[in-house]
Write a protein that binds this ligand. Sequence first.
Ligand SMILES: *[C@@H]1O[C@H](CO)[C@@H](O)[C@H](O)[C@H]1NC(C)=O
Ligand SMILES: *[C@@H]1O[C@H](CO)[C@@H](O)[C@H](O)[C@H]1NC(C)=O
Ligand SMILES: *[C@@H]1O[C@H](CO)[C@@H](O)[C@H](O)[C@H]1NC(C)=O
Ligand SMILES: *[C@@H]1O[C@H](CO)[C@@H](O)[C@H](O)[C@H]1NC(C)=O
Ligand SMILES: *[C@@H]1O[C@H](CO)[C@@H](O)[C@H](O)[C@H]1NC(C)=O
Ligand SMILES: *[C@@H]1O[C@H](CO)[C@@H](O)[C@H](O)[C@H]1NC(C)=O
Ligand SMILES: *[C@@H]1O[C@H](CO)[C@@H](O)[C@H](O)[C@H]1NC(C)=O
Length: 572
Amino acid sequence: MWSLTFLSSFVSVAVSLSYAASAPRTKNDWSFVRNGTTGITATQSIVVSPTLILMFDRVLGDPLQINGHQAWVELWNLETNTGFAVNAITDTFCASGSFLSNGTMVSVGGTEVEFPPNVTTPPEADGRMGIRLFEPCTDPTGRSCTLFEDPATLHTATYRWYPSSLRIFDGSLMILGGSSAIVQFYNIIPENSFEFFPSKDNGQTRPSPFLEQALPSNLFPRGFALPDGKVFVVANNISMIYDVEAQTETMLPSLPNDIHVTNPKDGTATLLPLSPPDYIPEVLVCGGSNTSDSIPSLNLSSQDPASDQCTRITLTPEGIEKGWVVEKMPAGRIMPEMILMPNGQVLIINGGATGYAAIKSVADTDITDGSNADHPVFTPVLYTPDDALGSRFSSEGLPTTDIARLYHSSVTLTPSGNIFLAGSNPNVGVVLNESVIFNTDFRVQFLNPPYMSVERPTISEIPEKLAFNDKVTFNIDIPKGLDTGDIKVALMDLGFSSHAFHSSSRLVFMEAELSKDEKSLTITTPPNNRVYPPGPAYVFVTVDDVTSKGTQVMVGNGASPPVEDQGVPLHT
Ligand SMILES: *[C@@H]1O[C@H](CO)[C@@H](O)[C@H](O)[C@H]1NC(C)=O
Ligand SMILES: *[C@@H]1O[C@H](CO)[C@@H](O)[C@H](O)[C@H]1NC(C)=O
Ligand SMILES: *[C@@H]1O[C@H](CO)[C@@H](O)[C@H](O)[C@H]1NC(C)=O
Ligand SMILES: *[C@@H]1O[C@H](CO)[C@@H](O)[C@H](O)[C@H]1NC(C)=O
Ligand SMILES: *[C@@H]1O[C@H](CO)[C@@H](O)[C@H](O)[C@H]1NC(C)=O
Ligand SMILES: *[C@@H]1O[C@H](CO)[C@@H](O)[C@H](O)[C@H]1NC(C)=O
Ligand SMILES: *[C@@H]1O[C@H](CO)[C@@H](O)[C@H](O)[C@H]1NC(C)=O
């Protein structure tokens, strides 16, 4: 067994970012709650069922054991707040993933086998071409669910360490970029290409001039499926739209002020909520670094200020013409992550106020015991997309934590509607040494929005499958006192959290009509499979800013990818 008790006495270096937590705490504030400890570093997390989160790490000393050796995959049971090991064959450091249209979760990419000194290496295989399938899991405890791998027959076309991925309009996974092996900082052995799972090109890759132009800070490109089926990508300081069908890249304006937003200069990005009738896509990009890529990493410092810039673009011809609109967060952040909330707000959380991603590669990591980043930002910020420019950020009522969530941490919205936070390990392997500033962190935390502590609307009798362009009626029970004139129904992919990015995260609002007796709600599902790529989703109903628990549904026909177009085309 391992001892984690000392971790609670360890306090990270705080920076004086006092914009937060000055408002008096009321019953309706947000709160951080500690509960449970993981047995692996939660480098990557994805909600795989209403009760389960699947986490991935690397083969480098995690305490959790399976079959007499280290485990590097763990299932977390949200009902008990305990986890258990899941068997994997290949090394999942550092991968990405998403669900397919048939509900199977795919983990993709990873690393070669490492043999560090003094670590008992379990029998893992090279994960750089890793494809791991987690079939839909209906056992609430997850005990009977497994991760399927067959590296000999099931693998990517090429080596991919630090790729990203997203589910596209036909329910397949698009896999973007990466490097062909571990790099220390900049991507010097790039894999500047795309591929798909299942493959669209007979096991070949599609070269990407865009990713090449985005060198050398282009790891974990941030990509989103747009409502017309094309894919927006931002990597380093540039962005483009990729047409999967025509195989063309169309450059968009570069990020203002030469801000770099992908690994190792991780900012983050999200597709803002899409709303009927036009589902106009807008992308928000936040944080990162403005230091030039021509500076060698050993000339950079863990104390370099991170960028406080957010930029937003509307992906219509007029919006692209207008370009990126600049906004400022209350604090700079390297490695932040953005969580779409069911009411349409965006939570910006985690990361540091200075430095970079990765470990021991900038000049002065002696002062951080190895972390390239420093000054963790302990207070989350809410961004309200519909508010006026200049007044969209607020930390009012948001709590401050003392747990640093820096490199190799993950965070996700849960089906209950609160936020799960775990991980952080800016070390090579597991470090449990009280004198090290940023130890490997196994503490699980939840960030509870105000609605977690009041009586909430409940929804029931939602069909398991939602077809596109359909009207569906289900039951709703609304607590007394809530304004039933203010109802929002969100269809959400909760995304896959890895390296300060939430792949496939999506929120599509649905038109909703409350019955006269206020006991049922009739919704109109998204018009087609491009507005919501077919696959699993959660439905959340927010009444008067009080959000229900999410109900899991399958959107589309549930067939294996590639699926045909479904529903009706979007008229714009
Ligand atoms: C932790 O979670 C478990 C399982 O949900 C619950 O029983 C327990 O009360 C929680 N503990 C705290 C301190 O919230
Ligand atoms: C690693 O193992 C060697 C030989 O077993 C031992 O001498 C050394 O002290 C160990 N180093 C660390 C950092 O534990
Ligand atoms: C983007 O970054 C690259 C690499 O550092 C640099 O050469 C280029 O000038 C930057 N482009 C813009 C538009 O800032
Ligand atoms: C980069 O950002 C820092 C902090 O915001 C600022 O002081 C500096 O002038 C910026 N450098 C460049 C080259 O824009
Ligand atoms: C990097 O630092 C070294 C030593 O301080 C200095 O000689 C060199 O000019 C620096 N290089 C760049 C590109 O800043
Ligand atoms: C713990 O960390 C300190 C500070 O980095 C280091 O000097 C010491 O050797 C470490 N102890 C062990 C047992 O690794
Ligand atoms: C989903 O599709 C993938 C790719 O064809 C396949 O490997 C997987 O077994 C399918 N899952 C289900 C539940 O049909």
